[in-house]
Write a protein that binds this ligand. Structure first.
Ligand SMILES: [Zn+2]
Length: 110
């Protein structure tokens, strides 16, 4: 209920939800798994490319499903997708996984 109200208030359109294949957090998590594997095998077969990452500041991704850069910024440590204008798209899911990976290894290699 609360979630629905928030969406209608933000004026998020149906179109913007369909622009990217990464419309939910779960898709972002799945893409992150693919990205991790691709990173090790150098296959490069991922929807998401990590362009820049500054811990607790921002993550810049390139989304191949919409062919544009996506910026996920952190608001008090909570990721927020500036491109989709939401906190529950796949880019945010990806950014959360990237952050967890960073916290575990204390570095990100991309
Ligand atoms: Zn997004």
């Amino acid at each position: 209920m609360e979630r629905k109200d928030k969406k209608s208030l933000s004026g998020k359109s149906q179109i913007s939800e369909k622009e990217t294949a990464l419309s939910t957090l779960d898709f972002g998590t799945m893409e992150f798994m693919k990205w991790l594997i691709a990173k090790d095998t150098n296959s490069g077969d991922t929807l998401i490319v990590v362009k820049d990452f500054l811990v607790n500041k921002y993550v810049i991704l390139f989304d191949r499903s919409i062919l544009r850069d996506v910026i996920v910024g952190y608001r008090e440590c909570m990721p927020w997708c500036m491109t989709c204008n939401t906190d529950d798209c796949g880019h945010v899911g990806f950014a959360i996984c990237l952050k967890q990976d960073y916290d575990r290894d204390d570095q990100v290699i991309f």
